[in-house]
Design a protein around this ligand. Structure first.
Ligand code: BES
Ligand code: ZN
Length: 462
């Protein structure tokens, strides 16, 4: 039986196994789910074994384990390394989900008329990395595996991949490969397949502004003592000017400007501003002056408040001047910005703009480097040919705004080309309530991955 026939015959099982994986609430950010994160790692190990891996092991780290698997059919053949993550974002706020986040259900939507799987992690990234496990299983069953394959599936991507670098550095030989496949990104749409060739980096900060040593009566002290929330809002507002340009000195020093020709090419990708706005129910987009939406997301850095809190937020009214205010602020970065340098620039600047009467603390959470990958490598050509085959259309290279911090490390340390071979859509609600992944995307992804192996082997034989 061919791999394609095997996939067709086992569709229900392939889907049900993914649903089982989605039932494990492997939220890496919240220690409450610690046992579940470990359970997800075991699940992945078991799946690799069942699919036909010779090696499937749990590699302990100081945090959550990395699941490693391999099938070496002939050391002289090319090797494909697959990277993905079995951890997921927190599901909060739960009340905004139409169905419980860890009880997957399949529902039809306008964008996914053939059904979408609603669950946290369905698109990011369980549904996507699991396509590789299933494609591997199908190729093994059909005797169609044409090159060696290695899997590295981690459990800390959503919290900054802190332990992956150590693992990669300590296992360079084990991870040696000719290409790295990562399905953790989006395509433009089902009718406009695309391959991501750029990701932004990230610097994530937390700030604390303290006024008086205790909460104060807002009548007795209001107007005479700094209110840390008011101050924090003003400080944050000053971080961008009227053109949405970031005001932190030195912030843009290392930003690579694209040539007019490169910008023109980037903007040739299909993009309908009206449709974009309609889907988000907004009347206008908002961003840095002089750049299109595609550019604002793909090639420009930005700064956003992810959360802000302090003072009284309970029922009714309480008249109080809070003692403290907090915010979590992220900056998305582009080549050649360095996340640690940006963290330092932010800290120095933020402290410098604090008015007298408050104290400011600034701390850096995790971060990651931006990455640009080749759109002409053998791996890219194989991915292009595979998509051409399954979608009937040549994929477009795109640059996305999200971050996979480890991509730049792979380029530097493993030396093989990463291919950002994602099959999700930007409407899949990653990190939001009602995250979902198209059933059709899941199966076309499995087929396309199997096609990739064929094309990659053929191109390597040329
Ligand atoms: N799958 C995403 C990255 C992504 C999303 C790439 C959308 C392209 C388009 C990944 O799991 C993720 O969410 N990464 C985090 C970074 C991390 C350091 C927390 C992100 O981008 O916020
Ligand atoms: Zn992801």
């Amino acid at each position: 039986m061919s791999a394609a026939a095997f996939i067709e015959k086992n569709k229900d099982r392939f889907l049900n196994e993914l649903l089982d994986l989605l039932r494990i609430p492997s939220v890496s950010a919240d220690p409450k789910f610690k046992n579940d994160v470990f359970a997800a790692a075991q699940f992945v190990k078991g799946s690799l074994e069942k699919a036909g891996a010779d090696v499937a092991e749990i590699c302990e780290t100081p945090g959550y384990p990395i699941v490693y698997g391999e099938k070496i059919i002939d050391p002289s053949l090319p090797t494909v390394l697959i990277y993905g993550h079995y951890d997921v974002q927190p599901a909060d706020p739960y009340e905004l989900w139409d169905s419980p986040p860890f009880e997957p259900v399949i529902k039809n939507t306008a964008i996914h008329p053939e059904g979408a799987i609603f669950a946290r992690g369905s698109a990011d990234d369980k549904g996507q990395f699991y396509m590789h496990v299933k494609a591997f299983e199908a190729m093994m069953a059909a005797g169609e595996l044409t090159c060696n394959v290695k899997f590295m599936i981690e459990g800390e991507e959503e919290v900054g991949s802190d332990n992956l670098e150590g693992f990669v550095l300590a296992n360079k030989e084990k991870l040696k490969s000719d290409v790295i496949l990562i399905s953790d990104t989006h395509m433009i749409s089902m009718k406009d397949p695309s391959i991501t060739v750029g990701l932004r980096g990230l610097t994530y900060m937390e700030v604390e502004v303290t006024g008086a040593n205790r909460d104060l009566h807002s009548g007795t002290y209001g107007g005479a003592v700094a209110n840390p929330i008011n101050v924090l809002c003003k400080m944050i507002a000053s971080l961008k000017d009227e053109n949405e340009h970031i005001t932190i000195p030195g912030f843009y020093d290392k930003v690579q400007e694209l040539s007019d020709a490169q910008r023109k090419r980037l903007n040739e990708a299909p993009f309908d501003l009206k449709e974009y706005q309609d889907k988000l129910e907004i009347e206008a987009v908002h961003g840095e002056k002089g750049y299109t939406t595609i550019e604002r997301v793909g090639i420009r850095p930005t700064l956003d408040v992810n959360g802000i809190w302090g003072g009284y937020t309970g029922e009714g009214a309480k008249t109080v001047l809070p003692s403290k205010a907090y915010a979590k602020i992220s900056m998305r970065l582009v080549p050649d910005q360095n996340w640690q340098e940006i963290a330092k620039l932010f800290e120095d600047h933020f402290k410098s703009i604090a008015p007298a009467g408050v104290k400011v603390k600034v701390k850096a959470h995790h971060g990651g480097a931006p990455a640009v990958v080749s759109d002409s490598s053998v791996g890219y050509q194989a991915a292009e040919a595979a998509m051409q085959e399954t979608f009937g259309k040549r994929p477009i290279p795109t640059r996305e705004g999200g971050s996979i911090p480890i991509v730049a490390l792979f380029q530097k340390e493993l030396g093989s080309d990463p291919i950002l071979f994602g099959f999700g859509l930007d409407t899949d609600a990653l990190h939001s309530p009602n995250e979902h992944y198209g059933v059709k995307n899941y199966f076309i992804g499995i087929e396309t991955i199997a096609a990739f192996f064929r094309h990659f082997t053929a191109l390597n034989q040329k």
